[in-house]
Every structure is written in structure tokens, then in C-alpha cells.
Design a protein around this ligand. Structure first.
Ligand code: NAD
Ligand code: DAU
Length: 359
């Protein structure tokens, strides 16, 4: 039975990944979830797995060497799936320091924990061990509107403190692979959406605001392009790279689903109107007139677009979920989990929202 150490498993993608893995492997794997539970970490995301005997949660900071090393020493970890990070670009523009601490130093601590546990006296590594570093397409910078894609060979050109910190963490992982032949892969994925996404990110923020008749903030001209992937397809890609990816390689993950932000907002509004039942009071709140253009994000990258050719060819990964279906599944999940949304938008979220959006 393989033991996975998942960092950041209480966040959006991490919790979806844990659900995906238990659905796929059931009792044949063990998962230890290491998470600090920052504002973005939420154990409610994992309620349905918390009583499993093959699941354990450890509340700790990935920057805490003693806590991280203890996990490696007390458990025979086979796989590390490293999600834990500060992940929101807007927050990184206001407060970059925690991004460097968690994303760069935290990744170094994780690498050292795995290296200490897996390295043999002759400097090689135990068989079958792997560290998968989950990263982002934002490390590649920004593309022109009229063409081009991010390939694994595209030079790094991060612009925001968030993407600079992720690029630095990728470089650390690359340096461990190059220097020590440390058994790892890096995946660089495009924008995810789906259940459990914290409503500071575009899609859940728009769904939540629209259902309450609140303004829908659009940065700049609304024509920035992102390449959206349903989160379960990302989870599947990570699992496949873990199993079939060649050691020391980087794989881009994305589904050729480019959309302008304003298009996304119109799709959400139309889908909400379609899906809300007749007689539901929220139907009349969901209006196009809520769309409000606000000041642009500083250094706002214009376009991201992944070329997923390598992961398709080498690993056989393809996304399963069309955007029209994924967005409906996401909206349905938010309909069924109003309490979740209420809980995450109480308290500190209100303060964040008011400071971030003066609308
Ligand atoms: P998230 O913000 O929803 O979750 C991050 C998780 O990490 C939270 O549970 C948080 O508590 C935990 N965490 C933060 N700092 C920590 C620390 N110091 N120690 C331990 N745990 C800590 O993020 P997400 O959107 O799920 O992203 C997960 C990973 O995937 C990140 O590495 C991100 O860069 C990457 N990624 C995200 C996207 C996306 O669209 N969201 C796309 C590509 C890559
Ligand atoms: O590309 C992968 C990245 O996608 C991940 O690495 C990040 O962790 C993840 O947060 C996401 O980054 P983005 O900055 O692209 O996502 P966000 O949802 O914040 O914004 C998506 C687009 O929508 C972006 O062009 C900014 C715009 N936007 C966002 C918000 C929150 C708005 O116009 N209004 C908003 O209120």
C-alpha cells in the first residue's frame, strides 16, 4: 500500500485531489494531509473522508522543519504531492512576504524532508519514491492575444510576486533533480475551477455575488484570457504523472479552453438563470447590469494558454470535462453547499472583500 503525503490538502485543489484519490483507489492507499489551515484551508472540504482509517490530518506549517521531518521519520512516505502554497495573485500584490516564506522556503523544507528520508548512503534514492511539485502556468509570464502557447520549454518570465515565488519553488525542485537526481516531477497547470474553490477567485466570487445581486467586479477591460480546467481533470493529471511521468520531467496541464474573463461572467450569469428553478427568489437578482468594471490588477497578465501536447503524448492524459458541463457541475455544487459558502464568507472574508473592492 502506497502512502501519500499531500501538503495543502485542505485547500481547493488539494481537497479535490484527496477525494479523487479515495474514489479511485479506496482502501489501497493511505493519505496523510499536512496543512497549516490558513484562511484558504478548510477541513469542511474533507468531512466525508475524515473518519477513514487510511486518512490522517496533521496541522502544521510546511516551513516548520521539525514537524515536516517528524512526518517523514514516523511514516514510510512513498509519494509527496506538494500543493501547499499561498495561491492568490491579488494577495501577493499587497503582501508578498508570506508568498516567499511559504512557497519558496516551505518547498525547500519539503524537499529536504523527502531527501533525508529517501536518500541511501551511496547518494541514490530508494526505489519507487516520488515528489510531485504542483505548479502553475503563471511562471511562463503572459502571451499575446493573437497567438502562441506555453510549452515546457518556454522560458520562465513571472510577473506577480505569486508567480515569482512559484517560479522560485520550481527552480528549487529542478535544482534538486539536477544536483542530487532527486526523484521528482513538476506539473504546471492552468486555471482550475470546481467545488470547494475559495470565493476570492473569479468563478466562485462571481457565482456567490450574482446569487446575492451584488456587483460583479471585472478588472480592466475584461478581455484577459485564462485557460480553464475542471479541477477533477487536474487531479487526474497529477495522479497520471505520478504513475507514468518520466522522472525529472516537467508536464504542462491544460485543456485548450481559453476564455476572456467577461465571457466567463456571461456564461455564469446565463447558466445561473437556466439552472435556478422557477419561483426561486434569486432568479431576479441575477442580472447583467451587476457587471462592474473596476481598476485593473497591477501587472495583469493578458493571456495564458497551455500546450498540453507532452502530457497527452507521454502520459496519455486528456481532460474529460467540457467547460459547459464543468461550470454546471460547479454551480450545482454551490447550490447544494450554501452553508459552506456562508461559513467561508463570514468574518475575515468580509474585511478582505471591503479592502479589495471599493464597489
Ligand atoms: P488554495 O489557496 O485553495 O489552498 C492552499 C492550501 O495550502 C490551503 O489549504 C492552505 O491552508 C495551505 N497552506 C498555505 N500555506 C501553508 C503552509 N505554510 N503550510 C501548510 N499549509 C499551507 O490553493 P489551490 O488553488 O488549491 O492551489 C494549490 C496549489 O496548486 C498551489 O501550489 C497553486 O500554486 C497550484 N495551482 C493552482 C491553480 C489554480 O487555479 N487554483 C492552478 C495551477 C496551480
Ligand atoms: O493560471 C493558474 C493560476 O490561476 C493559479 O496559479 C493561481 O493560484 C490561481 O489563483 C489562478 O490565478 P488567476 O489570477 O488567473 O485567477 P483569479 O481567479 O484570481 O483571476 C482570474 C482572472 O479574472 C484574472 O484575469 C483576473 C480576473 N478577475 C479576478 C477577480 C478575483 C477579475 O476580473 N475580477 C475579480 O474580482
Amino acid at each position: 500500500m502506497k502512502t501519500y503525503l499531500v501538503t495543502g490538502g485542505a485547500g481547493f485543489i488539494g481537497s479535490n485531489f484527496i477525494h479523487y484519490m479515495f474514489q479511485k483507489y479506496g482502501d489501497d492507499i493511505r493519505i496523510i494531509n499536512l496543512d497549516k489551515l490558513t484562511y484558504a484551508g478548510n477541513l469542511e472540504n474533507l468531512k466525508s473522508v475524515e473518519d477513514r482509517e487510511n486518512y490522517a490530518f496533521v496541522k502544521a506549517d510546511i516551513c516548520d522543519w521539525e514537524a515536516v521531518n517528524r512526518i517523514f521519520q514516523e511514516n514510510d512516505i512513498d509519494r509527496v504531492v506538494h500543493f501547499a502554497a499561498e495561491s492568490h495573485v491579488d494577495r501577493s500584490i499587497k503582501d508578498p512576504e508570506v508568498f516567499v516564506k511559504t512557497n519558496v522556503l516551505g518547498t525547500l523544507v519539503m524537499l529536504n524532508g523527502a531527501k533525508a528520508a529517501w536518500e541511501l548512503p551511496d547518494g541514490t534514492f530508494k526505489e519507487g519514491k516520488k515528489f510531485l511539485h504542483v505548479s502553475t502556468d503563471e511562471v511562463y509570464g503572459s502571451l499575446d492575444e493573437d497567438g502562441g502557447y506555453f510549452y515546457e520549454t518556454t522560458p520562465y518570465a513571472p510577473h506577480s510576486p505569486y508567480s515569482a515565488s512559484k517560479a522560485s519553488s520550481d527552480m528549487l525542485v529542478k535544482s534538486y533533480m539536477d544536483t542530487y537526481k532527486f526523484p521528482a516531477n513538476i506539473t504546471n497547470c492552468s486555471n482550475n475551477y470546481g467545488p470547494y474553490q475559495f470565493p476570492e477567485k473569479l468563478i466562485p466570487l462571481i457565482i456567490n455575488n450574482a446569487l446575492q445581486g451584488k456587483k460583479l467586479p471585472v478588472y480592466g477591460d475584461g478581455k484577459n484570457v485564462r485557460d480553464w480546467l475542471y479541477v477533477e481533470d487536474h487531479a487526474k493529471g497529477i495522479d497520471m504523472v505520478m504513475e507514468k511521468g518520466r522522472l525529472f520531467e516537467t508536464y504542462n496541464i491544460g485543456g485548450h479552453n481559453e476564455k476572456q474573463n467577461i465571457e466567463i461572467i456571461h456564461i455564469i450569469l446565463n447558466t445561473l438563470r437556466e439552472m435556478l428553478p422557477e419561483g426561486d427568489g434569486r432568479r431576479k437578482l441575477v442580472k447583467d447590469s451587476l457587471i462592474t468594471y473596476v481598476e485593473d490588477r497591477k501587472g495583469h497578465d493578458r493571456r495564458y494558454a497551455i500546450a498540453p501536447d507532452k502530457i497527452k503524448k507521454e502520459v496519455g492524459w486528456l481532460p474529460d470535462t467540457r467547460f459547459e458541463d464543468g461550470i454546471r457541475r460547479t454551480i450545482q455544487w454551490f447550490f447544494e453547499n450554501e452553508e459552506w459558502m456562508k461559513n467561508v464568507t463570514s468574518g475575515n472574508y468580509q474585511k478582505y472583500y471591503e479592502e479589495m473592492y471599493q464597489i
